[in-house]
Design a protein around this ligand. Sequence first.
Ligand code: UDP
Length: 328
Amino acid sequence: MNQLKPQPVRTLITGGAGFIGGHLAGHLLSLGQQVDVIDDLSTGSIENIEAYKDNPSFTYTIADMRDQPLLAEMVDRAQVIYHLAAAVGVRLIVESPVKTIETNVGCTETVLKLANKKGKKVVIASTSEVYGKNELVPFREDHDLVLGPTTKARWSYACSKAIDEFLALAYWRARGLPVVVVRLFNTVGPGQTGRYGMVLPSFVRQALSGKPITVYGDGTQSRCFSAVEEVVRCLSTLADAPAAVGQVVNVGSTQEISILELAKLVKKLTASDSPIKMIPYEEAYEEGFEDMPRRLPDVEKLRGLVGFVPEMGIEQVVQSVIRFYRER
Ligand code: UDP
């Protein structure tokens, strides 16, 4: 009797040439999946998927996601969709507010609508930014979102991603579409550029080139940085977890470090002579810029669903970024 060979899972990653998308593609390929990527290269880069271009289980399409017939075809072929395409990076958001809102709301709306036609599972990447100015740390998924006024461009990012979350959960509740909403905390690793304001790659590049390491504000604000390799494992495990459907899940590390401490750590690990330069927020971003003093996730829900949480130490994570920039 002819045994039918099981077909590999076919996955679509929107924003798959981005920093996280590229790592996710590599991880899913290593699990034996067929991976299709769509990206408009607005913030992504071919470099992030270069390593898989010759892999027969991998395809990539450089296109605008507003090309609905094309996206519809890609969604139809996939069993699981990871929707990562979004405007990211505080600098980009402050500088291109129209694009941020249109991309973040419009693309998610399209992906959900198309996925819903065929009942395809969608993992939606959201952000810890949605917790806004809430000072009740650690942030738990059912905590209030505390956002600033609409006159401050920064909040359009949190607000647009919150709309994405509402829409995804509405599709689940009203239409039974299997969705998982993932709130990503600061994710770092090889391949991330500092071009859109992300702090760690910016610090590493500054330190390696002997330029001042620019700490915004007084540097007491803190973040938890998780290794992208661990984050993408969480994403794929969540996509496979039936109990994650219809849930909002924090994905991040719980090791907190102040930005000034991070600057000192980068300086030490690169053995750099760069001075650490403090820059007021209004000079770095815009007048009246509001930052979050702390951003720490509660990861108990994630641990319960997937059985592990990102835990790579900050030194190791910083070293991997330094190695990446040295090898370039
Ligand atoms: N930051 C900084 N210097 C930089 C870039 C960022 O001090 O060159 C600060 C930024 O103001 C924030 C933190 O580092 O307090 C993290 O910034 P990032 O944009 O990486 O992520 P966020 O957590 O703000 O989304």
